[in-house]
Ligand binder design. Sequence first.
Ligand SMILES: Cc1cc2nc3c(=O)[nH]c(=O)nc-3n(C[C@H](O)[C@H](O)[C@H](O)COP(=O)(O)O)c2cc1C
Length: 271
Amino acid sequence: MSYYQIKGGSMIKVFSFVASCAGKESNTALFSDMVAKRLKEYAEKSGKEVEYKRITGESLKIEFCRSCETCFYDWECPLDNGDDMSVLKQKMLCADVILFCSPVYMGSMSGLMKCVVDRLAYWSHLYELAGKTAAVLVTSSNNHGTETASAIEEAVRMFGASVAYSGCAYRHNADPGLNNRSDMDPILDEICGRLMDCLEQPYKYITREQDISFYVRGKENLRAKAFAEIFGSDLAYDAAAWEQRGFDRYNRLSDYLKNGNLVHSSRIHST
Ligand SMILES: Cc1cc2nc3c(=O)[nH]c(=O)nc-3n(C[C@H](O)[C@H](O)[C@H](O)COP(=O)(O)O)c2cc1C
């Protein structure tokens, strides 16, 4: 089960983070919009509606991670109150589908996407996006699209999300300045078909690697709990969250989702 299924209702909330500052000219924003438009058509066929919101880089102020590692202990980033990270996080946590969209810049994801992923590093300890459906949408002129999509996908999977699609729309034959529309069109059906399927059965999109790291983290949290009990110390927040979310009852993330659990999105929802 997914967050979307448990929540019920017929509205699919899609949030897109476009890590490009190209504004109205952004190819990546265009790709995101095209996916959202096609997804609306797919949703309508099954009697559902889509609410689509996107944020692009030029409207955001995001600071670089300072490597203080406070987030791994306090589960809050000291920079969050001074920039737009809280807004971005809130939008992701309230969505059923999250689109992580980036152009290829110099053979890799945009600096903004990397910056955001770094700031969310502690989500990989909390599986904050477990049960969410995600897609990674990359645009590029002619190279490094697959590698870039894979690198973003890796991070999104570490956050616990079910990644329905990860790929790139290239611009092989277009003149400079032209968008990738003709390269995007042919893959829209594949993307949207998978997104709809993932909303219904997110556990199918959890990889073996995600299940293994969930298992290992579970054992670490169990050990932390035993220590806290023996020595009468406070239970670390991640171990407490593990229990609170019912992760401790499962060895695999895929089983957790299969059994219809809902991740409560920690403190961020309430701030
Ligand atoms: C600074 C910069 C670096 C780029 N580096 C690459 C690259 O390494 N490989 C490539 O194929 N395209 C590269 N491109 C092209 C972009 O990936 C492509 O135009 C993309 O669709 C831009 O998306 P946007 O309009 O949303 O920013 C680069 C573009 C810029 C501005």
